[in-house]
Design a protein around this ligand. Structure first.
Ligand code: ADP
Length: 471
């Protein structure tokens, strides 16, 4: 039978196991108790037979009269639940207790043969086809000859009655215990699994209403279900965050593209509203091209970032000296820096071997240098240094620019984040450059950090694992 709910399955397992244990226990109990009871009957028969045999040997010799009298003398009771018989050496009945009917149990051939060998024999007979009797036959050997045989018997009705009562009790008790256990197990399972119903309900609500802000009530007991609740809530936190980020990202992206498109549309409509001089048309086309270039840059950056989100950017890493790359990018940047009369000072340029993707690293270094130039006033300075720090190559790019306010520092690596939107836009920035730099550094198992002071300057530090350190 397949149980749909965990609760039913737990109950079924529990009851089946308990049932099996109880059945095995009952079988063992019945076996050992009946063994014990039959043993005690046999022992009691042996004691009684020994009493009779000893008495016969000592006092009366064969045949023995008045057995009831013997028992009264020895045991001080009339032993009514036992039957006694004494045979002579040839197996003929001599004396018997008054409560015995001679035909009720015979002297069997087996018992007589055992007696001749000097052994006791235990036998069970059925009287009237339904009353079981246990009988011991004990030989009395005098001068190595079988002088007499003592037979003592007793009814097994009491023993069998006790065993029957025990079986009735077990047959009644085991199912009752199982029913109670099933009810208890079901109750406990329902109690223990209650939080799961809540989790299911919350998950359904989230699924139906897209209510990502919903959380599970945190359980006091930190058992597995408590942990599950915490994990579920943490997962929902992350999910909600990424949804918020995604929403923000797509609204930022569409806004970023809508602005240049509006400019393009407006300029073109305006220029077409009446006939104009050739130069005016040329100006508009140049301006259009700038907007188109800006849009292409944004789209290209967005493409890189969306690929990085899906881990689809495969780095083409190879062994390289970072010094050559930094030197080369600085030389290119000098041209741009020259336009603002900014000096690029190479403070230190150590040779550091790394395993890196040249194209991506060049893009990262260029972005940082370009930002340094963008956000530094005329005749400012950019100080570049590359050091081998053993485990990492440390590239520092320090500028004497406008700096970044303390509050903005934690956010500048976020997508589309710009401290001063207008300024960045004027400089052709989209707010994606540093996000890409962060991704590139982390893809190389490195990191990027920034320190900055408003109106003093900023210092970007990039750490990339060296080949020696990566060993
Ligand atoms: P953008 O294209 O706007 O430069 P980035 O992602 O490269 O985008 O930089 C994000 C923001 O961080 C910039 O808009 C700017 O406000 C700030 N920023 C980056 N580099 C510097 C710097 N060297 N000095 C001052 N501000 C900086």
């Amino acid at each position: 039978m397949a149980f749909k709910s965990i609760r039913s399955r737990l109950t079924a397992w529990y009851v089946t196991l308990l049932g099996a244990i109880l059945v095995i226990f009952s079988i063992f109990l019945d076996y050992f108790l009946s063994k014990r009871l039959y043993e005690s009957v046999d022992n009691s028969l042996a004691v009684s037979a020994t009493v009779v045999a000893t008495s016969a040997r000592m006092r009366y010799r064969s045949p023995v009269p008045g057995l009831d009298q013997i028992f009264e003398e020895f045991l001080e009771v009339r032993n009514l639940n036992k039957f006694y018989r004494i045979y002579d050496g040839s197996g003929n009945v001599g004396s018997r207790s008054s409560n015995i009917n001679a035909s009720q149990f015979p002297l069997s051939e087996v018992a007589y043969a055992d007696a001749l060998k000097g052994n006791n024999t235990y036998e069970t007979f059925l009287v009237d086809g339904k009353h079981p009797i246990r009988v011991i036959t004990m030989p009395i050997i005098i001068e190595k000859k079988l002088a007499n045989l003592v037979q003592v018997g007793t009814s097994l009705d009491a023993v069998q009655g006790t065993l029957k009562n025990l079986r009735i009790l077990l047959f009644a008790a085991v199912p009752s215990v199982l029913v109670l256990a099933a009810l208890f197990a079901r109750f406990m399972a329902r109690r223990a699994l209650k939080p799961i119903s809540k989790i299911i309900q919350t998950a359904r609500n989230i699924g139906k209403g897209r209510e990502l802000s919903q959380r599970m009530p945190v359980l006091k007991i930190q058992d597995e279900l408590g942990q599950l609740t915490l994990t579920f809530n943490e997962m929902m936190d992350r999910l909600e965050n990424s949804f918020v980020q995604m929403r923000q990202f797509s609204s930022d992206a569409s806004h970023e593209l809508r602005t240049p498109l509006t400019v393009l549309k407006g300029q073109n409509e305006l220029v077409l509203s009446k006939p104009r001089e050739l130069e005016e048309y040329q100006d508009v086309i140049v301006s259009n091209l700038e907007e188109i270039n800006y849009m292409s840059k944004v789209l290209e950056d967005l493409f890189i970032l969306s690929k990085s989100d899906e881990n689809q950017i495969l780095l083409n890493c190879k062994r390289m000296d970072l010094r050559d790359l930094v030197d080369e990018v600085c030389k290119h940047a000098e041209v741009l820096a020259g336009e603002k009369d900014i000096r690029i000072i190479i403070a230190c340029l150590e040779s550091v071997k790394i395993n890196g993707d040249e194209v991506r690293l060049r893009q990262m270094i260029w972005n940082i240098l370009h930002n340094g130039i963008k956000y530094t006033q005329l005749r400012g300075e950019l100080k570049v240094s590359l050091r081998d720090e053993g485990e990492f190559a440390l590239l520092s790019i320090q500028d004497t620019g406008i700096g970044i306010p303390k509050n903005d520092l934690p956010s500048i690596f976020n997508r589309f984040y710009r401290v001063d939107k207008a300024r960045s836009r004027d400089e052709g920035g989209s707010g994606l450059g540093l996000s890409i730099c962060k991704y590139i550094a982390e893809a190389h198992k490195g990191r990027i950090d920034v320190e900055s002071k408003l109106s003093v300057g900023s210092c970007f530090k990039i750490r990339i694992p060296t080949l020696g350190g990566a060993k």
